[in-house]
Write a protein that binds this ligand. Structure first.
Ligand code: UD1
Ligand code: CA
Length: 466
C-alpha cells in the first residue's frame, strides 16, 4: 500500500525556552526536523508534507533543499488542526496517511513501513498507531484499553485522572490513517484542559465508525522519544551518539573513553583510527586508516589521511593532512590549510589558506596565512606572514629547503627563493633570491662597559674603565 507522510512541526515548543523554533534545535549538527524528513523519504513515501507555523520562514529556509511540501498552520490550535492543514495537498491521495512529529527525530524508515504494514493487514481500513511502554510516562498521552484489551481512547496527561496517569503505555504520536481521516478530523473537538484539537481523539472517532484501530507496540521505545525540552533533547542526542559510536567501533575504530567522544553523522572513519578521550569530530570530516586524533581535539570538515596524527588540544576546520603529516599539540588549522606528507605543525601555530610542502616544519608559535611553503623548509618559532595590509590580503611564497629564522615577519606580497635564508628577527618586505641570506633588522651595537659606567663601580678585573 502506498503512503504519504505528514510531519507536524508548527508548534512553538514552549518548554525549550528558546527563541529558536523547537524543530530547528540541532541534534548532532543537523536541525531536529531533518531527521523525520529523511526517515519519511527513506520509507518510500509518495509525498512528504511538513506543517509549519511557529518560525515558519526559518524552518522552510533550513529545509529548503529537502524537497518537501510545506503547508501553514496559522495558529497552533492543536495536532488535529495541524494535520487538517495538509488536507488540500493530500486530497484524493488513496494510500495511507502516516503522521509523525517534528520532535520525534529517531523514528526509523522501517518503523514507518511497519506501521503502514499494520494498516494494510487490517485491509487498509481504519488506523494504526505506535505505542510504547515507558517507566516514566510523564508528558505523554496515555493509552486507555477497554476490558477486552483493545485500545479505547487516548488521554492527554493534562486531562488524565490519577488512575489514567498511572498507565505506562503511551501514544508515540506516530500514526497511519486511511483516507477517512479527512472526513473525521472536522469532528474533533477542543473541549479539554488545553483547549486544543487533539489528534489522538481520532482513535475514539474511528472506533465509533466501527473501523479497526491497531495499536502496534514499538520494538525499541527509545526510537520514539520526543524532544520537548532541553533534557529530552540531550537524552536523544546521547542515544544517537551511542548508536553512531557503536557502529564505528564495529567497523574497527578504537575509541578511548567512547562516552566522551562526539561525532556527527557525516563523519567517515577508517579501520584502526584511534580517537583519544574528548575528541569532537564535526561535519564532513574523514579520517584515514591508522590515523590518531589526540585528546580534546576539535575537527570540522577536514581530511586526515592514513597514518597522519593530530596531537591533543588541536582545532582544525577545513584542513587537510596528507599521509604522515603531524599537527599539534595545540595546533590551529583553518580553512585551506594543507600539510603535505610528513609536514609538521607544532604548538600554537596557526595556519590558514596555506600549503606546507612535504617535510616542512613549523614547530612553535607561528602564523602562516595565504602562503605557500616548499618542501623541506624550516619555519622558526614566532614567524609571521603579515598577509593583511588593512585593506587587502596578499600572498607569501617560500621556496624549497629555505630557512626562516625565528621571530621574522614576512610582509606580503613577498617571495623567498629556494634555499633562501632569513636571519632571525628580520622584517622582510623585499623578495629574497634563491640561496641568499637576508638580514633585515637593526644592526647590533655593543656599548662596552655601559652598565658599570652607569653604576660608577667596576669589577676588579674589568678591562674597560673610563
Ligand atoms: C503529543 C500527543 C501525545 C503523545 C506525544 C508523543 C497530542 C495532543 N498529543 O503530545 O498523545 O504521547 O505527542 O510524543 O497530539 N504541533 C503542531 N501544531 C499544533 C500543535 C503541535 O504542528 O497546533 C506539532 C508540534 O510542533 C510537534 C507535534 O505537533 O512537533 C506534537 O506536538 P507537541 O506539543 O509536542 O505534543 P505532545 O505534548 O508531545
Ligand atoms: Ca512532543
Amino acid at each position: 500500500m502506498k503512503h504519504a507522510v505528514v510531519i507536524l512541526a508548527a508548534g512553538k515548543g514552549k518548554r525549550m525556552r528558546s527563541k529558536t523554533p523547537k524543530v530547528l534545535h540541532p541534534l548532532l549538527g543537523r536541525p531536529m526536523l531533518a531527521y523525520p524528513v529523511a526517515a519519511a523519504k527513506e520509507s518510500g513515501a509518495e509525498r512528504v508534507v511538513v506543517v509549519v507555523g511557529h518560525g515558519a520562514e526559518a524552518v522552510k529556509e533550513a529545509l529548503k533543499d529537502a524537497e518537501v511540501v510545506f503547508v501553514h498552520q496559522e495558529k497552533p490550535l492543536g495536532t488535529a488542526h495541524a494535520l487538517a492543514q495538509a488536507e488540500p495537498v493530500l486530497a484524493g491521495f488513496e494510500g495511507a496517511v502516516v503522521v509523525t512529529s517534528g520532535d520525534t527525530p529517531r523514528l526509523r524508515p522501517e518503523t514507518i513501513r511497519a506501521l503502514v504494514g499494520a494498516l494494510e493487514a487490517a485491509g487498509g481500513r481504519g488506523m494504526a498507531m505506535l505505542t510504547l511502554e515507558l517507566k516514566d510516562p510523564t508528558g505523554y498521552g496515555r493509552v486507555v484499553r477497554g476490558e477486552d484489551g483493545r485500545v479505547a481512547r487516548i488521554v492527554e496527561e493534562k486531562d488524565a485522572g490519577p488512575v489514567e496517569r498511572a498507565i505506562r503505555e503511551v501514544n508515540s504520536g506516530v500514526y497511519a490513517f486511511d483516507p477517512s481521516v479527512w472526513r473525521l478530523l472536522p469532528e474533533v473537538k477542543n473541549e479539554n484542559a488545553q483547549g486544543e484539537y487533539y489528534l489522538p481523539d481520532l482513535v475514539a472517532l474511528y472506533l465509533r465508525e466501527g473501523l479497526p484501530v491497531a495499536a502496534v507496540p514499538a520494538e525499541d521505545p527509545s526510537e520514539l522519544l520526543g524532544a520537548n525540552d532541553r533534557a529530552q533533547l540531550a537524552a536523544i542526542e546521547q542515544a544517537m551518539l551511542d548508536e553512531l559510536r557503536g557502529r564505528w567501533m564495529r567497523e574497527g575504530v578504537r575509541m578511548h573513553l567512547p562516552e566522551t567522544i562526539y561525532l556527527e553523522p557525516d563523519v567517515e572513519l577508517a579501520p584502526d583510527v584511534v580517537l583519544e578521550p574528548g575528541v569532537v569530530l564535526k561535519g564532513r570530516t574523514a579520517i584515514g586508516e591508522g590515523a590518531r586524533i589526540g585528546a580534546y581535539s576539535v575537527i570540522a570538515d577536514s581530511k586526515i589521511a592514513a597514518g597522519a596524527e593530530v596531537r591533543p588540544h588541536s582545532v582544525l576546520e577545513g584542513a587537510r593532512l596528507e599521509p604522515g603529516a603531524v599537527a599539534g599539540p595545540f595546533a590551529r588549522l583553518r580553512p585551506g590549510a594543507v600539510l603535505e606528507a610528513g609536514a609538521f605543525v607544532g604548538n600554537f601555530v596557526e595556519v590558514k589558506n596555506t600549503r606546507l610542502g612535504q617535510g616542512v616544519k613549523a614547530g612553535h608559535l607561528a602564523y602562516l596565512g595565504d602562503a605557500e611553503v616548499g618542501e623541506g623548509t624550516n619555519i622558526g618559532a614566532g614567524v609571521i606572514t603579515a598577509n593583511y595590509d588593512g585593506e587587502r590580503k596578499h600572498r607569501t611564497k617560500i621556496g624549497r629547503r629555505a630557512f626562516i629564522g625565528s621571530n621574522s615577519v614576512l610582509i606580503a606580497p613577498v617571495e623567498v627563493g629556494d634555499e633562501g635564508f632569513v636571519a632571525g628577527g628580520s622584517a622582510i618586505n623585499q623578495d629574497v633570491p634563491a640561496g641568499a641570506l637576508a638580514i633585515a633588522r637593526a644592526k647590533q651595537k655593543n656599548l662596552e662597559g655601559w652598565v658599570w659606567r652607569r653604576r660608577g663601580r667596576y669589577p676588579e678585573k674589568a678591562e674597560v674603565r673610563e
